[in-house]
Design a protein around this ligand. Structure first.
Ligand SMILES: [Fe+2]
Ligand SMILES: [Fe+2]
Length: 293
């Protein structure tokens, strides 16, 4: 008999995962993963319905695939297994169907959750944000990128601190990795708040033809923050030798490196949209406004 509590935890996790994907879907999902996600099915769990992907062909995973293989190939799936209490380190040899049974969860449903999380890495190349309106671009930045950072940074910090505790003695660079990530987190979250509460509302006023007096200074301040964040992100890449997995890395270590790499990828796309599209267009609009008699 399936445990209702675990099914609900799995469902809650799936909804979180779906929202992550939805946040990225407008521009970050590759054509391959989009077509995989379009081949979706509705599954009813405890009287509720949620949309989940059918098996992507790229992974080749089935319910007979071992848990260890799945986490080794896509470390981010570890979070789904943790959600339902499956031990993927010591129990890594177990096939998925057996591990699911031991935790009273449906193996096909669990496989679908793993496939959604293990979808191929995303890119940010499908929407032409140069042609979008500034309000649409700002909405996209807040929904896709700020949303992603607020969801992903806290668990990534936790994972990094765990890896530091366990592997810090044999990997001295991990103390700097954890400290750098904390520095990024502490600078980034107020930066997101500043954009959402001050700068983006000022840009909405600019679009409406009524820019606040200090808007030019605000825009320059954003660029300066981005430069500082870029330096710290580069430091993370250096410290981890380009997010290279060491020979003695466990699944948690791999999960941390995947998370750090995903952070870099998201920030590159995010800051590109702000530095190369949003700010120049805003500055041009401001120049037009100021040149009017
Ligand atoms: Fe931003
Ligand atoms: Fe920013």
């Amino acid at each position: 008999m399936i445990s209702c509590l675990k099914q609900h935890r799995l469902l809650a996790g799936l909804l979180t995962i779906s929202s992550v994907l939805a946040g990225c879907s407008s521009d970050q999902t590759t054509r391959e993963s989009q077509s995989e996600l379009e081949a979706s099915t509705l599954i009813e769990v405890s009287g509720e319905k949620t949309q989940m992907a059918t098996a992507p062909t790229l992974t080749g995973w089935t319910t007979e695939t071992s848990i260890g293989t799945i986490v080794a190939e896509r470390p981010e799936t570890a979070r789904v297994l943790e959600l339902v209490g499956i031990d993927y380190c010591c129990g890594g040899q177990k096939p998925l169907i057996e591990a699911a049974k031991s935790q009273n969860v449906d193996s096909n449903q669990l496989l679908n959750a793993l496939l959604v999380v293990g979808a191929p890495p995303t890119t940010d190349q499908h929407a032409d944000w140069n042609k979008a309106s500034l309000p649409d671009l700002m909405e996209h930045i807040v929904t896709a990128h700020h949303g992603w950072l607020r969801r992903e940074l806290p668990p990534l910090l936790e994972t990094t601190n765990t890896v530091l505790r366990v592997h810090g003695d044999s990997h001295s660079e991990l103390a700097d990795v954890a400290a750098t990530l904390k520095k990024i987190n502490d600078a980034l979250l107020p930066h997101l708040d500043e954009e959402e509460t001050t700068v983006f509302p000022a840009l909405h006023k600019l679009v409406a033809g009524e820019p606040p007096a200090d808007i030019a200074k605000q825009l320059e301040s954003l660029r300066s923050d981005h430069d500082k964040l870029g330096t710290e992100l580069h430091r993370l890449r250096e410290l981890t030798d380009g997010f290279k997995v060491p020979d003695d890395a466990c699944a948690k270590y791999r999960e941390m490196l995947t998370g750090l790499s995903a952070l870099e990828r998201d920030m590159l796309q995010h800051v590109h949209l702000e530095n190369n599209i949003l700010l120049p267009r805003a500055q041009s609009l401001l120049a037009d406004h100021e040149s009017r008699p």
